[in-house]
Design a binder for this molecule. Structure first.
Ligand code: IPE
Ligand code: MG
Length: 227
């Protein structure tokens, strides 16, 4: 979800107002995902690199996260949406935001509809290192042998793995605002994902543009290296 800052600048608003508008865009994308029967929607809400931003902006983003859960949790739950959090959100993230996330996860844990995954204080390299350490511990404890380590095992030890019910690898990654980079997002998981880049700034990203991208994704021929 990139481009909140540029959207704010373009509209002579503050950065926080840009993030606020971005949150509205996100709500609409969640709703359309649900309507279209998307099974997993993952948003990159806050990266481990985003701590470099001003204290004011960082504080504002987490306040918005709290506001989002306060406003939306009831409706998400009524719509059978299951919320998962990907990332090291228990460290460094303000306590009220951690509590909001925990509440969202706990409330929706048995839901069977759309899985809405929020990457929060997430970084993929750190995620992989963490997974490798978990596996190394199992070897050290004698629970597994080095030869038992395979791709599935590493997958299962990522944030998207067993601790969040084994979320499948994304089929499609969309980045807005004209930037064509991954920025440490799901590096392991996107091995075979399709990528779409749009110049639209995130707050201007509409469910209709989203649906157009999904339709064009549906027409792509995915071969997974088979030919
Ligand atoms: C994305 O918008 C918001 C976050 C993921 C924190 P940006 O704040 O990165 O917007 P630009 O890149 O400054 O336009
Ligand atoms: Mg940006």
């Amino acid at each position: 979800m990139d481009g909140n800052g540029r959207w704010a600048e373009k509209n002579n608003l503050t950065k926080i107002q840009g993030h606020n508008q971005g949150m509205y865009a996100m709500k609409e994308i969640i709703k359309r995902s649900d309507v279209l029967g998307v099974k997993y929607l993952t948003v990159y809400a806050f990266s481990t690199e985003n701590w470099k931003r001003s204290t004011e902006e960082v504080g504002g983003i987490f306040k918005l996260a709290v506001k989002f859960i306060a406003q939306e949790l009831k409706e998400l739950h009524e719509n059978n949406v299951k919320v998962n959090i990907l990332g090291d959100y228990r460290s460094r993230v303000p306590e009220d935001a951690v509590l909001s996330m925990d509440k969202a996860v706990e409330t929706t844990k048995n839901n069977t509809g759309l899985q809405f995954n929020i990457a929060l204080n997430y970084g993929s390299r750190a995620e992989i290192v963490r997974g490798v350490k978990k596996i190394a511990e199992s070897v050290k404890n004698g629970d597994i042998n080095v030869d038992d380590i395979d791709e599935d095992m590493l997958s299962m030890n990522l944030y998207t793995g067993a601790e969040n019910g084994n979320i499948p690898d994304p089929e499609l990654v969309i980045r807005t605002s004209g930037e064509e980079r991954l920025s440490n997002f799901l590096l392991w998981q996107v091995a075979y994902s399709e990528f779409f880049f749009t110049d639209t700034l995130w707050p201007d990203f509409t469910p209709d543009e989203y649906e157009e991208i999904l339709n064009s994704f549906g027409k792509r021929n995915r071969r997974f290296g088979g030919r």
